[in-house]
Design a protein around this ligand. Structure first.
Ligand code: FEO
Length: 397
């Protein structure tokens, strides 16, 4: 299948409606995804990126129906990760000498994955190739957005920025373009993608976007490597990224907890009540880590000005569910967010201290030393949780 994007540029990728987990089990994709590959037919024929490995044969067979593979002059590999390069071995089997244009770092990742002696031609920011009919492809290194090998490719004349992972979403849609899909669904997938993948690189996002804007190039279309293509007001997603990159937060406090016999849940609910009593405007959300999707929780952390994490004490520590989430939160390097810990215990009671340590080393500003309650919280403990919530509201207002 191919879909025309503009003039001689076609989408030749794969929509993966079935995908529910990505990066192994690391990222949930409730709405599937797509692996966007693009074909440009000007004086030269160019293929930008491929698709994930399970679809390699299907991808190459589809391409064969559109063009003689031998007519491909250049393959552009904007990024070496398998979801975009997975069909390269199958494709290059047919055209082993065709140049693969990529960054020097992508030579490392592509060789590391596939161990092939392909005809790599490395490019840097500012380099370009002439593809005939007065058009050029210009390259912009997108280092750490989100891998060291990432790159974007800009097509002059048609003014299309092939941005690879940046500005993408894990969102399967047969509509293909941003103006045709449900806007709320689209933005939910965009913020989840940013929160879970790009948060640690926010300083670089801001710097890179400023660098691209300073080039003063007209951008009519942003064509990412996942999800829908931005053809209506494409700059909206650039503006949105700039906002997200600046230690984004909303007036939201999120409580994330695990519970064994309901005690920590009862604490969470009373703390939440206390927050709302003191500050009726704040959006308070509660998530049981064992019953919620962790990537959706991360998105809520991203939206929050403060988070409260709770766990009963088990084995002198916290539950494995909370430990897994805290490891993920640590890796995302959230900035300018506040936090505190809570939890029930029966005997030793270390969980609030263990969680506080996690929060501290993850860059959160601790609001206090946390709160714990013995066994199932009695009336006195519940009143203490209410007061704790009020204190949190006051310190985060
Ligand atoms: Fe970094 Fe879509 O792969």
């Amino acid at each position: 299948m191919k879909v025309n994007i503009k003039n001689n540029v076609d989408w030749v990728g794969k929509i993966d409606w079935e995908l529910r987990k990505f990066h192994g089990d690391e990222y949930s994709t409730h709405k599937g995804s797509s692996y966007n590959s693009y074909m440009i037919r000007e004086g030269k024929t160019v293929l930008i990126d491929t698709v994930w490995k399970p679809f390699d044969k299907e991808f190459v067979e589809n391409l064969k129906k559109e063009i003689d593979l031998k007519s491909i002059d250049y393959v552009i590999a904007n990024h070496g990760e398998i979801d975009h390069s997975g069909a390269l071995p199958e494709l290059m089997r047919h055209i082993p000498d065709t140049p693969i244009i990529c960054t020097a770092n992508a030579v490392k990742s592509l060789t590391g994955h596939y161990h092939q002696g392909w005809n790599f031609q490395t490019v840097k920011t500012g380099d370009s190739i002439d593809i005939g009919n007065g058009k050029k492809l210009a390259f912009v290194e997108m280092t750490m957005l989100h891998w060291p090998d990432s790159m974007a490719t800009y097509l002059t004349g048609d003014n299309i920025l092939f941005s690879n992972d940046a500005f993408g979403q894990h969102y399967a849609s047969e509509y293909f373009f941003n103006d045709l899909v449900d806007q709320s669904e689209l933005m939910n997938e965009c913020i989840k993608y940013y929160a879970n993948i790009l948060t640690p690189f926010s300083a670089l996002v801001e710097k890179k976007i400023n660098e691209v804007l300073a080039m003063n190039i007209p951008i009519d279309i942003i064509a990412p490597s996942h999800g829908v293509i931005w053809r209506e007001d494409p700059v909206q997603i650039v503006t949105q990224y700039m906002e997200w990159a600046k230690a984004y937060q909303e007036n939201q406090i999120t409580l994330i907890y695990d519970t064994m016999w309901d005690g920590t849940r009862i604490m969470a609910e009373h703390i939440a009540k206390g927050i709302r009593k003191k500050d009726p405007d704040v959006n308070v959300k509660l998530f049981n880590v064992s019953k919620s999707d962790k990537n959706d929780i991360i998105t809520e952390v991203f939206r929050s000005k403060a988070i409260l994490t709770g766990s009963p004490t088990i084995g002198k520590g916290i539950t494995s569910g909370m430990a897994g989430l805290m490891e993920e939160i640590k890796g995302l390097s959230f900035k300018k967010k506040k936090a505190a810990a809570f939890g029930t215990y029966g005997w030793s009671g270390e969980s609030p201290a263990v969680l506080s340590e996690w929060l501290k080393k993850s860059g959160f500003e601790l609001l206090n030393e946390g709160i714990r309650a013995l066994w199932n919280p009695d009336e006195e403990a519940r009143i203490k949780c209410l007061a704790f919530g009020k204190e949190v509201a006051q310190k985060t207002h």
